[in-house]
Design a protein around this ligand. Structure first.
Ligand SMILES: [Zn+2]
Ligand SMILES: [Zn+2]
Length: 260
């Protein structure tokens, strides 16, 4: 399975996932030209892809979808809440609805959506499995709920939000009501909350973690990376599992491509 975060942040999100027979994108917050450039830089091809899966209807996750699907036969997968909220996506012909907790397949890729606490209708994360490899993606969530935590178990790779440093956010340029929204239980996950997950709740199975949806104004990549790596060091010894490798993701460029 190949995974690359082609772009991540409040100006556009897209994750690429490939198995032996299937290629999908999770979200598409930017258009076809930007996507093609990122794929070139990552050394991957999306000339033919099977599906776009949508986490939620905020524009940084869906803005590029109508233009992408114009020149493709890929199917759009979303849930009813997103369809209701994202009127831009309603007119797209090839679409299928999924429900949280009901697994479905796209080619040889098994997918299960799970609810995330975020201020969008029916926002979700995804768990994927194929070829004996499993992974999960959860960004845009105010906290890691027990439901989310369950889905992060028994994964080989994780894409998780590390949105902001709480101190930088508090002294930063956002108006107070927006600060409160980001910090709240349906906002975005902080570096500290992610570090708590790594040091306390992570089951130790995954060998790779992508830090996603970093805020440009309220975070610093080095700070997010240091926070996660300190948490990795604080974990109890890892009973034969690989140590967790932490990878950054970027707003304007693709991350590394994992090939597991
Ligand atoms: Zn977002
Ligand atoms: Zn969002």
């Amino acid at each position: 399975m190949k995974i690359s975060v082609l772009g991540s942040g409040s100006s556009g999100n897209c994750v690429f996932l490939e198995t032996g027979r299937t290629r999908v994108l999770v979200d598409a917050g930017f258009g076809i030209r930007s996507l093609r450039r990122r794929c070139r830089e990552a050394g991957i091809s999306i000339e033919e892809f099977d599906a776009i899966l949508v986490t939620h209807g905020h524009s940084d996750h869906i803005a590029g979808i109508p233009s992408l699907l114009k020149s493709s036969s890929a199917v759009l997968f979303m849930n009813e809440g997103t369809r209701e909220e994202a009127y831009k996506l309603r007119g797209i012909e090839r679409q299928e609805l999924f429900c949280s907790g009901q697994p479905f397949s796209i080619g040889d890729l098994s997918v299960e959506a799970f609810p995330t606490p975020h201020d969008a209708a029916e926002s979700v994360g995804f768990k994927f499995s194929a070829e004996g490899i499993s992974g999960a993606l959860a960004t845009d969530l105010g906290e890691i709920t027990p439901t989310v935590l369950k889905q992060l178990e028994q994964c080989d790779w994780l894409v998780l939000e590390s949105n902001h440093d709480e101190e930088l956010l508090k002294v930063g340029p956002y108006p107070w009501d927006l600060k409160r929204r980001v910090l709240g239980p349906t906002g975005h996950l902080s570096n500290r909350a992610l570090a708590e997950f790594i040091s306390r709740d992570f089951d130790g199975r995954a060998a790779h973690l992508f830090l996603a949806h970093l805020s440009r104004k309220n975070n610093d990549p080095e700070l997010a990376l240091a926070s996660a790596n300190t948490a990795v060091e604080q974990r109890p010894t890892t009973n034969g599992y690989h140590p967790l490798q932490v990878h950054l993701t970027y707003q304007n460029n693709p991350s590394i491509v994992l090939d597991l």
